[in-house]
Design a protein around this ligand. Structure first.
Ligand code: DLL
Length: 431
């Protein structure tokens, strides 16, 4: 793999600014944000009033803990445009989350928000080793999902050439990568495995592909998956994080030269970690639920938004901005099996550590009488004895994760392939 360390002269000065300078900027922007939402958004005025706080109560960054949280339910209750802090006419674009149940969550951006978003994605790309003049294949889905368009404008802003491929049409993805020879790809890690399979199907050597770096996010993925993809394509694999409610892709990014967690762009987003049950703040270095307050958003700022994502905050390294560890999972995706908490990422690690298994899996939850049962669907590699791998994985999950499950080894191609965000858990217990 090539050394892709960016030239320090190309970074935004704030990326390496001393903490004191960064925190001063945060405090000033946070005050403005609180004042703006208190004036302009009825939901925030009502919630602040109910909690007995006003924007004047914020004197230091730590005072933010006195302000109420914002949840997905708050956003749903204001559907579609009730959380906007500017007149609707100033909103240039909306995005929306698919929403598994009920109404989607709608987010809105002013022209200024779209500029900052593009700047931050460009910052992420630079951290990933992409430079002005490079070609970037964008396989995040275009449309209401923030992935495609969010990445797109950042690539352009950097001064790179974007291939706006979107998701799907896997054979075509491979053809365009081979013909246009992009240096970087932006895609979900699970869909990258689909592309890998297509390379092999077409008789091409993925290690000879032109890609030097993949910028993977929109779903949890493990260090084991990084190793899998880096070895298969002989490319760097780095993590990009974001969520629609806060902006979209580009809230945090891993540096290609350190690969030690994702730097949160703290000049625009203030992170906190809280106890997922009680909401009590937790110190850096402790795992908990990630909470964000936006510092510069105009269209739809959020105050202490509960992401449901579980991670740990750590001090800066390649940048002075704090890092978040790879997301373990969403509290919504946590499976509680006979009293043991299980995340799909733990199963992913075990599958990838089992020789003879392909890197595809899906978890199925069923009820057998009074018992919840977890079935893990996997596939054997074409030249391996799949049947023998099943019991090996069962034992490994029992030992390392602490739960009994049934592993079912399907024929190659038998496990559902990701088209974007992988569907890791199929819960049939209610059926
Ligand atoms: O997935 C934004 C995005 C697009 C990020 C492309 C990165 C790349 P949503 O559809 O609103 O937005 O989903 C946000 O996806 O709360 C996490 O649960 C999960 N997620 C996003 N990035 C990561 C990541 C986009 N790098 C939700 N690791 C978030 C783990 C991630 N989970």
């Amino acid at each position: 793999m090539k050394d892709l360390t960016p030239d320090p002269a190309t970074l935004d000065p704030i990326e390496t600014a001393p903490r004191a300078e960064l925190e001063k900027l945060q405090l000033q922007r946070l005050k403005q944000t609180l004042e703006r939402v208190y004036e302009a958004v009825p939901t925030y005025r009502r919630k602040f009033d109910a909690a007995g706080v006003t924007p004047d109560d914020l004197r230091a960054l730590g005072d933010l803990a006195r302000f109420p949280f914002t949840t997905k339910e708050d956003l749903r209750a204001a559907y579609p445009f009730g959380m906007f802090a500017v007149p609707r006419e100033r909103i240039r674009r909306v995005h929306a989350s698919s929403g598994t149940t009920g109404k989607p969550t709608v987010v809105g951006y002013t022209a200024g928000d779209i500029e900052i978003w593009a700047d931050l994605v460009a910052r992420c790309l630079r951290a990933a080793g992409v430079r002005r003049g490079d070609i970037v294949h964008n396989a995040y889905g275009y449309g209401l999902f923030t992935g495609g368009l969010g990445a797109h404008y950042g690539i352009e802003k950097l001064g790179a050439t974007v291939i706006p491929m979107s998701g799907g049409q896997t054979a075509r993805q491979v053809q365009l990568i081979e013909d246009f020879r992009p240096k970087a790809i932006m895609v979900t890690p699970s869909y990258m495995l689909n592309i890998l399979e297509e390379y092999v199907r077409q008789g091409l050597d993925p290690r000879a592909c032109p890609l030097e770096v993949g910028i993977f996010g929109a779903e949890p993925w493990t260090p084991a998956m990084r190793a899998e993809i880096e070895a298969a394509f002989d490319m760097h694999a780095v993590d990009i994080y974001g969520l629609s409610e806060v902006m979209g892709p580009g809230v945090a990014q891993e540096a290609v030269d350190t690969k030690d967690g994702l730097h949160i762009w703290e000049d625009h987003f203030l992170p906190e970690i809280v106890d997922p049950e009680t909401g009590e703040p937790r110190p850096d270095g402790t795992e908990g639920e990630l909470v964000f307050t936006t510092l510069t958003k105009e269209g739809m700022p959020v105050i202490r938004y509960r992401t449901r994502d579980l991670t740990t905050l750590m001090p800066g390294t390649a940048r002075t901005h704090r890092r978040m560890a790879k997301v373990t999972g969403r509290s919504d995706d946590m499976i509680i099996l006979r009293g043991v908490n299980v995340f799909p990422t733990q199963i992913e690690e075990r599958v990838l550590a089992t020789p003879g298994l392909a890197p595809y899996f899906q978890i199925e939850l069923i009820r057998e009488g009074p018992r919840d049962v977890m079935r893990v669907h996997v596939e054997g590699l074409p030249d391996a004895d799949g049947a023998a791998c099943g019991p090996v994985l069962e034992r490994s999950i029992k030992e390392m994760v602490g739960v009994s499950c049934a592993v079912l080894v399907a024929a190659p191609g038998g496990v559902e392939r990701s088209q974007g965000k992988a569907r890791r858990v199929v819960d049939k217990r209610g059926a």
